[in-house]
Design a protein around this ligand. Structure first.
Ligand SMILES: Cc1cc2nc3c(=O)[nH]c(=O)nc-3n(C[C@H](O)[C@H](O)[C@H](O)COP(=O)(O)OP(=O)(O)OC[C@H]3O[C@@H](n4cnc5c(N)ncnc54)[C@H](O)[C@@H]3O)c2cc1C
Length: 574
């Protein structure tokens, strides 16, 4: 186990730890790993049930015919769960890793699909695993173009921490040398299929500034020693990831960071612990611990620590901080400027195109590639070149429809035999992941009237798309169609889902980082400006949304902040 640094705390009284981490998902797992490796006795508080790697993946190796409804959600489930059943990829085989609507209500002042997974591992079990780095453009654009405040850090601050995370979790990808999507520490990529390669070449020929590249995804294509030490193995390209991977082929906190932290002997994970609030001691002028409600017994219990990492996922982190009131912080912990819960943003996921691709009849692909090629952002980089601000990443893929258009359902005899032998026509899709503007009016707050089963106020969501997003959607649809036309695609179809925010599952902000305590809640090391021993390193900390998939940045920021916290503790500052 690398670099264990012991911090002398003497014998700890009951319920007292060196550090508390709230949440055991993608970011909480990283906080636990770094803090435990540094020698801190660390308590991870998780509101959901325990999930252990392999043992608690009940459907991981089932064939479709072994699932009662061939993996489809039943009409009863859809009726009972109109919200969570919208989540990307949810099915009968993985619904146990998502919440049920009725158990976890919230108030939608404006429509907002809040997708949650409450268990040890959080959404790391079901995430899509796309892991591109932010570029320096994304860190600087909001301030440069006047649609946001200045980030207190830049790409260079976070680049070594990206490397640190990438090496440990394993990211496949290709070094492409693109400014707008910097290279990382990559394992070999998944290959593009023949149509994806064709479209890649066509885009390269027709547009000097547009780069369609191999997926950058959290999969072990060639496990290194550090991955084998975690007990993880090579991705088998089964594409059944959301059930939990018994091979540890993709990264989740359950397969990687939490067991690693466990091995130090410094980790305690307490499931069924719904964090109510962070405790603040006015005399000491710092947070002293956390109040939880045990979800099984209903008992309130306090835990104490020198530092607290809040990693409950963006909106739950806002909820916990807003609910952490004291006479010093009447409106939520650290909320001196009244901005806690405000400037919530998300990713614009509304638009996609689909098209038919003639030809390539003599070529196929093997394996179920669990990744998607990425078209790096090409908008508003060095200057504003559109009628909106922000950029977008596009994901795409090409595939053959099994049995093509041969109406297999109605064929029989010789016709059926022929239909079954035909591997189908080629099609492609491309979809948008766009930056949105953080705005004060897009906010979450606590309900004054309604509480959950544990006596905690419900969260009210008041978040919406705006005209900037509409203009981005139009541009994406036009540009994507033009690129596909040039690549010879036919029958190009546009789709604007008009989905509510939230369904992107990239909600961010509310407790943003910044240089100025008057306009932000967190400093450059993710400490609350007004309560330095509390760190927020999940999506709540995001000053702006960028256009890359965000979770690997949460991991990098968490590792960076945890190492800062350990050093500050050693200096006696925390
Ligand atoms: C289908 C899907 C696809 C996705 N695809 C991608 C992708 O390709 N790339 C990407 O970057 N991101 C993707 N995401 C988003 C990604 O999952 C999240 O950004 C990430 O999990 C956030 O990490 P987190 O630690 O903040 O939250 P989580 O991983 O959700 O963990 C938070 C944990 O905190 C716990 N918790 C919450 N409230 C409390 C409380 N009061 N007390 C105690 N514990 C609490 C929760 O139970 C949970 O375990 C996807 C998500 C889904 C569901």
């Amino acid at each position: 186990m690398p670099h264990a640094v012991s911090i002398k705390t003497g014998t700890l009284p009951e319920n007292t730890f060196d550090a508390i981490v709230i949440g055991s998902g993608i970011s909480g797992g990283w906080a636990a790993k770094e803090l435990c490796e540094a020698g801190l006795k660390t308590l991870v508080l998780e509101r959901g049930r325990e999930v252990q790697h392999v043992k608690d993946y009940p459907t991981a190796t089932l064939n479709p015919w072994e699932l009662p409804h061939r993996s489809r959600l039943t009409s009863q489930f859809l009726q009972d769960n109109p919200l969570i059943s919208k989540a990307a990829g949810i099915g009968e085989d993985n619904a146990h890793f998502f919440i049920k609507d009725k158990d976890h209500p919230y108030v939608q002042e404006k429509p907002f699909d809040w997708i949650r997974g409450y268990q040890v591992g959080g959404k790391s079990l079901t995430w899509g695993r796309a892991t591109q780095r932010w570029s320096h453009y994304e860190f600087t654009a909001p301030h440069r173009y006047g649609y946001g405040i200045e980030w207190p850090i830049g790409y260079d601050d976070v680049a070594p921490w990206y490397s640190h995370v990438e090496k440990f979790i394993g990211i496949c990808g290709n070094k492409d040398g693109i400014d707008a999507m910097p290279d990382g520490e990559f394992l070999p990529p998944f290959d593009l299929n023949c149509v994806e390669s064709h479209i890649q070449k066509s885009i390269r020929t027709n547009y000097s500034d547009r780069h369609l590249v191999h997926a950058r995804w959290a999969h072990l294509t060639q496990p290194q020693d550090i991955h084998l030490q975690q007990g993880r193995g090579k991705c088998q390209a089964r594409n059944l990831c959301m059930r939990g991977c018994p091979f540890g082929g993709y990264f989740s906190s359950v397969s990687s960071t939490l067991p690693w932290a466990q091995r130090t002997g410094n980790l305690t994970v307490r499931p069924h612990s719904v964090v109510h609030s962070v405790l603040f001691d006015e005399q000491k002028d710092k947070a002293t611990g956390v109040l939880i409600i045990d979800s099984e017994s209903g008992k309130a219990v306090e835990y104490y620590a020198r530092i607290i990492f809040v990693n409950a996922s963006a909106l739950n982190t806002n909820l916990i901080l807003l609910n952490s009131t004291s006479s010093r912080f009447a409106h939520g912990l650290g909320n001196d400027n009244g901005l806690l819960g405000k400037f919530v943003a998300f990713h614009n996921y509304r638009a996609s195109i689909g098209a038919d691709v003639p030809g390539f009849q003599d070529q196929y692909y093997s394996g179920r590639n669990p990744t998607e090629p990425i078209l790096a952002n090409y908008r508003n980089l060095k200057k504003i070149d559109t009628d909106y601000v922000g950029g977008f990443t596009s994901f795409m893929g090409a595939y053959r429809t099994p049995y093509g258009s041969n109406k297999i359902e109605t064929a029989c005899g010789e016709e059926l035999k022929q239909a079954m032998q035909y591997p189908g026509d080629w099609h492609m899709y491309m979809y948008l992941q766009g930056e949105t503007i953080p705005k004060e009016k897009n906010h979450v707050r606590l309900s004054n009237t309604e509480k959950d089963a544990w006596g905690i106020p419900l969260l009210v969501t008041s978040v919406d798309y705006d005209d900037n997003d509409e203009r981005m959607i139009k541009d994406f649809l036009e540009q994507s169609s033009e690129m596909m036309e040039k690549a010879g695609c036919k029958n190009i179809r546009w789709n604007d889902s008009h989905q509510a925010p939230g369904l992107d599952i990239h909600e961010m902000g509310g407790c943003r980082m910044g240089k100025d305590p008057r306009t932000s809640l967190l400093n450059k090391f993710n400490q609350l400006h007004a309560c330095k021993n509390v760190f927020v390193t999940d999506g709540a900390c995001m000053t702006s949304t960028g256009n890359q998939s965000p979770s690997i940045l949460y991991m990098a920021l968490t590792a960076r902040a945890a190492n800062f916290a350990v050093a500050a503790m050693k200096r006696g500052e925390l």
